[in-house]
Design a binder for this molecule. Sequence first.
Ligand code: ZN
Length: 109
Amino acid sequence: MKYCSVCGKELVDDAVVCPSCGCRVADATSSKEESKILHILIKVFMVLGCVATGASLIALCWTIPMTVSAFRRLDARQPIGVGFKVCTLLFVNLVAGILLLCTDTENYL
Ligand SMILES: [Zn+2]
């Protein structure tokens, strides 16, 4: 015996629509197919999340050394080249790169 998933009324086995509430009676096989597709989508997006996280971790290979180098140069008041500033803007942080470009580090010499 089947029961309506919405209102819980008892249904005949071959019912397509619930006579009580009018909702479509869920077909067990089609809902299984739907959940299979959903499960695949969940897995795909979780793998994409892992790849994106991994890619952002790879960026630490250059963002950390560049940040340490910028800290040292700024503290020691050493000149910072335009190339380094542009690379900071593009590959580390937009705001920090713009601020670096605005600072006149040549006057340190
Ligand atoms: Zn119903």
